[in-house]
Design a protein. Structure first.
Length: 300
């Protein structure tokens, strides 16, 4: 092969890779998630790797959540096969091309992505959680595993970062569980532990009917308080990350803590309307943290 041919081949490969990453970025933008503005704070290579990770998670979530899927279990099994192939260098399609390149750049463990698939499979077979420990196991698979991907991309040296990332993932998923009680119930899922419903004197029938009473408000107050405890531990992660990358998880955490604040402002009524932060608020948070991460004279 001539030098010119090799150069042309390399240019084509780079173009395909750029297009794969752009497709993952578009998936993230289209989803209008709480994460998009936080991702913008990352340096380019890290940002693209996180876009690839988000696109993978979105793929798994859609398989589970979209009602018109004929056989979601088989589709998730196929995702698991494609993940293995991508890690072996046999990638095909934008998500897998981007994911494989991210793995080569940052050494991301395949087990983290496999755990996300495991968590999504739980949604196909389980619609109730008896204890909080049961719920935590689910949170670790669908959220903490993603946090462990993020710290590999962001860079860290202190091994304490691993447990803090796990706690941060749990905190964020507990926030989702609390905010989305009504939506999840409409889909036949109750993530709030059954033993806690009993403890607060609130029945599953009341939850499915959307009833907001004193027992419900105390139940949600308890969920908010516990999520904040996990954030307190998880937020210890940020100083352990590379300074250029820490604004991303910090912005994500602040957005989710802001959701907890809004739940409290709504007197713990998450049934009447969906709690959310405005895009402007999320962008402002991300921009402020990005600036602080680059201007050393501004205190954290």
């Amino acid at each position: 092969m001539t030098v010119t041919a090799e150069k042309t081949q390399a240019e084509v490969a780079q173009r395909d890779l750029d297009e794969a990453y752009e497709a993952c970025a578009q998936i993230t933008r289209d989803a209008s998630t709480n994460f998009y503005y936080a991702f913008l704070t990352l340096p380019k290579d890290q940002r693209r790797a996180i876009y690839a990770t988000y696109a993978f998670c979105r793929l798994c979530d859609d398989i589970v959540d979209e009602p018109d899927r004929d056989d979601p279990a088989t589709e998730l099994a196929q995702v698991r096969v494609r993940l293995g192939e991508a890690y072996e260098g046999d990638e095909s399609g934008p998500i897998w091309t981007a994911l494989a390149d991210s793995q080569r750049r940052f050494g991301i463990g395949k087990d983290h992505y496999a755990a996300v698939i495991d968590g999504c499979e739980m949604d196909l077979t389980r619609s109730r959680y008896e204890t909080f420990d049961d719920l935590v196991e689910y949170c670790k698979k669908v959220a903490s595993a993603v946090g462990l991907v993020c710290i590999e991309v962001c860079g860290y040296e202190d091994q304490d970062a691993v447990q803090h990332a796990v706690d941060l993932g749990i905190a964020m998923q507990l926030t989702n569980v609390t905010r989305d009680v009504a939506e999840d119930a409409a889909n036949g899922r109750i993530y709030l532990p059954q033993e806690e419903l009993s403890r607060f004197g609130y029945t599953e029938e009341e939850l499915l009917a959307g009833k907001v009473n004193g027992s419900f408000r105390e139940l949600v107050r308890f969920q908010v308080s516990r999520a904040r405890e996990y954030f307190e531990r998880g937020n210890r992660l940020f100083p352990l990350l590379d300074r250029r990358s820490r604004a991303c998880p910090q912005a994500m955490a602040e957005v989710y803590m802001g959701i907890l604040d809004k739940i409290e402002d709504a007197d713990f009524d998450v049934m009447s309307s969906r709690i959310r932060l405005s895009k402007r608020t999320k962008f402002t948070l991300a921009a402020r943290l990005w600036l602080r991460s680059r201007l050393r004279f501004l205190p954290f």
